[in-house]
Design a protein around this ligand. Sequence first.
Ligand SMILES: Nc1ncnc2c1ncn2[C@@H]1O[C@H](COP(=O)(O)OP(=O)(O)O)[C@@H](O)[C@H]1O
Ligand SMILES: [Mg+2]
Length: 234
Amino acid sequence: MTAPVDIRGLTRSFGGPAILDNIDLTIAAGEFVVLLGRSGSGKSTLLRVLAGLDDAPARQLRLPDRRSVVFQEPRLMPWKTVIDNITLGIRRRDSRLIAAQALADVGLSHRQNAWPLTLSGGEAQRAALARALVREPELLLLDEPFAALDALTRLRMHGLVFDLWRKHRPSVLLVTHDIGEAIALADRILVLDEGRFTREIRVLLDHPRRRSAPEASRIEAELLSELGVDPSHA
Ligand SMILES: Nc1ncnc2c1ncn2[C@@H]1O[C@H](COP(=O)(O)OP(=O)(O)O)[C@@H](O)[C@H]1O
Ligand SMILES: [Mg+2]
């Protein structure tokens, strides 16, 4: 089966040294890939190319047509209710029905007529997830979507994203700098540094994953050292 995402020789620079330097990236159907890297390593630049928000030269750029993005900020229109944010731009007669279903999927049915500014941070990101999923994306792109949330809400969101992924089975590229998040969710972890992937780790642990499992600890130590963090200070 051909991979929905198959990118060869992708390069991006902004005048200086290449931020993405002749990168290859394949993501299989239904695969959950997590991209880790230091701040400024080019994670968002890569995600923006995959989202079609940025042009960059590549030898090959195969991407599915249906792609959705969730950013760190929910980017909801404050003058529209939650459900009207979800249906925005959807031209289907049953758009309200499928939007209501998407809101139910993220546990937000009771907030469907609320104004975005009255939502908590976690609720707003749930709404952003519902807006992404209602388009039935083949590729779901998540750029540090939980970074602004408190630790407990973030853990709940990991569970939610995992359940949604199981149910809808899009290919996922999740950008984060949270190693625990990567190990909790990824089939495969990629580390981006100085324009290249410097590490690729397949995570074969069953779900739900325990951080204390020996294999999880081993991967964590490997990633901490790859990212230049002394494990005793993590
Ligand atoms: N539109 C742009 N113009 C100029 N430089 C940019 C632009 N977008 C990103 N950069 C630079 O590219 C590098 C990688 O940025 P980014 O992809 O946002 O990193 P990350 O998401 O890993 O923190 C940074 O040095 C950033 O300043
Ligand atoms: Mg970024």
